[in-house]
Design a protein. Structure first.
Ligand code: OSB
Ligand code: MG
Length: 371
């Protein structure tokens, strides 16, 4: 192969969420998303930068992405001869942090290569272990417990295979107890987004009675060592999200027994090549993985579906139907979930969906063409 990008178009789009989404670090009402279009020989590949509107999940946010793409990433990608897709991430690996921004550009080039090859992205990734992926949902912190119970009921009725609820101090043990009373048999897990410290060990141990599938990232966003201490005291498996930003981190976390499950997010680890390496490390060590989400538009969602067909993605992920987030998505058809809570994997070239170009353009608030 070998690939050379001759033009990059950046778009900043604004999309209102159907319902606000609340995590331990705050509420989101509408998404500001940066899309990367990478063009070679008149063919376009698409990437989505998965960072949020504020630097609260990690250091990246809408405002950091734009100048980094223009000033550092695009100049290193444009007209560079990449011998292999594996080399794309390496070209910007000297940039500290900002994996989601680097990953958005990297993913666009993987998608571009898939389209140049006229093959589905999952094939380019070397995945394709399954024809459909298992879906769970992530439910944000609600204004009241009855509201949460109602939401869970709706998602179960739609077929979703597991429920993840966001927790934070003041919205944890007592709320989970009520959820468990109402839904004793469901696959249930909790995501703390780094809201606790080791001082909360006794409090977190109280979660063991609810036989959760896992608790996700209870401690600091950049911590692995304290998670190992906590895991040795908890029966509930810990799943690591924020703190796994590379395959090396995954190796270290596994060696220290900091968790028993890893959530892989394409952007958080800087793109497809590193996501595959994280996957491989986990698979070699019998650590199951699942695909996390960042409230993506259809483009990021479609990338997540392709990634989720790697063999070690054995647990239901957070990749769910477009309509849970968007009244109208920028891809057609939108991502749909079967009554059994699965998404069928598309065999169409690239990320497998068409772009709704007119709608996409109507959402653009900023654009930059780089050559
Ligand atoms: O920690 O998984 C997370 C959304 C924004 C930031 C962090 C997280 C999330 C989610 C949503 O849980 C997952 C989704 O896209 O449905
Ligand atoms: Mg998480």
């Amino acid at each position: 192969m070998g690939i050379k990008v001759d033009q990059i178009v950046l778009r900043h789009i604004r999309m209102p969420l159907v319902h606000f989404f609340e995590t331990s670090f705050g509420r989101t009402y509408e998404r500001d998303i940066i899309l990367v279009e990478a063009i070679a020989d008149g063919v376009s590949g698409w990437g989505e930068v998965t960072a949020g509107e504020n630097p609260f999940y990690n250091e990246e946010w809408t405002g950091s992405i734009w100048p980094l793409l223009i000033g550092y990433i695009a100049p290193r990608i444009l007209r560079h001869e990449f011998a292999s897709l594996e080399d794309v991430g390496a070209r910007t690996a000297h940039i500290r942090g900002h994996n989601m921004t680097r990953g958005g550009a990297e993913a666009a080039i993987w998608d571009l290569q898939a389209r140049l090859n006229n093959e589905p992205l999952w094939k380019t990734i070397g995945a394709g272990a399954r024809r459909e992926i298992s879906c769970g949902v992530s439910i944000g912190i609600q204004d009241s417990v009855p509201q949460l119970l109602q939401k869970i009921e709706t998602e179960l009725a739609a077929g979703y295979q597991r429920i993840k609820m966001k927790i934070k101090p003041g919205w944890d043990v007592d709320v989970i107890r009520q959820v468990r009373q109402r839904f004793p048999g469901i696959k249930l897990m909790a995501d703390a987004n780094s809201a606790y410290t080791l001082h909360d060990i006794d409090h977190l141990k109280r979660l063991d009675e609810f036989y959760l599938m896992m608790i996700e990232q209870p401690l600091a966003h950049d911590d692995i060592i304290d998670h190992a201490v906590l895991q040795s005291k908890l029966e509930t498996p810990i799943c690591l999200d924020e703190c796994i930003r590379s395959a090396h981190h995954a190796e270290q976390a596994i060696r220290l027994k900091a968790g028993r499950i890893i959530n892989i997010k394409l952007g958080r680890v800087g793109g497809f090549a590193e996501a595959k390496r994280v996957h491989d490390v986990c698979q070699e060590n019998a650590i199951p993985v699942w695909c996390g989400g960042m409230l993506e538009s259809g483009i990021g969602r479609a990338h997540n579906i392709a990634l989720s067909t790697l063999p070690d993605f054995t647990l239901p992920g957070d990749v769910s139907a477009s309509k849970r987030y968007w009244k109208r998505d920028i891809i057609v058809p939108p991502v749909e979930v079967t009554p059994k809570g699965a998404i069928q994997v598309s065999d169409a070239p690239g990320f497998g969906y068409e772009l709704d170009t007119d709608y996409l353009e109507s959402l653009v608030v900023r654009r930059e063409v780089l050559r």
